[in-house]
Write a new protein. Structure first.
Length: 218
């Protein structure tokens, strides 16, 4: 297969189902198309559970590798992105359980609020300045996990209630209730700013590194 530019991978019009079919038929290099399409969404889903950057990156890689290994199980009953996010959430939860069992880190959200100051924020981004973006991300990090995950997936990533419901195995009414509860827990000023899509951004450089690492391991 000829080399494909990053922009062409991202804008490719090949349906997910067809990409999966071709990968299963031996064109494993096409897995990069799926990674480019859904890196941002998977990152935000995993980031809603994990805060340490290394943990997030390791979980992203593990999620993609598991998705590749189980690709034959994807039947198209749900959107590929939903199927992938569910794998990412399961991997994140598994990592949290291991951390708790080994007592290596505390997952007490009240104790870890200060971690927000350590998050890599990509200061070169436009639209919302660096300080405001940090403030928003810190506020979102303080939400209880069950609210934070839904807020990240719906408000920041733009997923529909039905998709979130399927990913988290909740009813749509529960998704709605938790989302509005999350909004009420955030100050109005922070909520208005948080509509910007660059929050918890998984930019080109990080995307490239993740793609390279996963493709090397396939």
């Amino acid at each position: 297969m000829e080399a494909i530019k990053r922009s062409e991978f991202k804008s490719s019009t090949i349906p997910d189902e067809r990409v999966v079919e071709r990968i299963l038929n031996g064109e494993k290099e096409l897995f990069e198309i799926l990674m480019r399409r859904y890196n941002q969404r998977l990152f935000r889903a995993v980031r809603s559970y994990l805060r340490d950057e290394d943990d997030v990156n390791d979980t992203l890689q593990d999620s993609y590798l598991k998705a590749y290994q189980k690709l034959y199980q994807f039947k198209g009953d749900a959107a590929f992105s939903t199927w992938l996010v569910r794998i990412g959430i399961n991997e994140a939860l598994q990592r949290l359980r291991k951390q708790k069992a080994n007592q290596e880190v505390s997952i007490d959200r009240n104790e870890n609020i200060q971690f927000a100051n350590k998050v890599d924020m990509n200061p070169e981004k436009k639209v919302i300045n660096h300080e405001n973006r940090q403030l928003i991300e810190r506020a979102v990090d303080r939400l209880p996990e069950k609210y934070r995950t839904i807020y990240m997936l719906r408000e920041i990533e733009g997923m529909k209630n039905a998709e979130i419901s399927e990913c988290l195995e909740l009813t749509e009414s529960n998704v709605k209730v938790r989302f509005y509860r999350a909004r009420n827990l955030l100050k109005e000023s922070l909520y208005e700013l948080s509509a910007d899509a660059e929050i918890f951004e998984f930019g080109n450089e990080k995307c490239d590194r993740l793609v390279e690492k996963v493709m090397e391991r396939l």
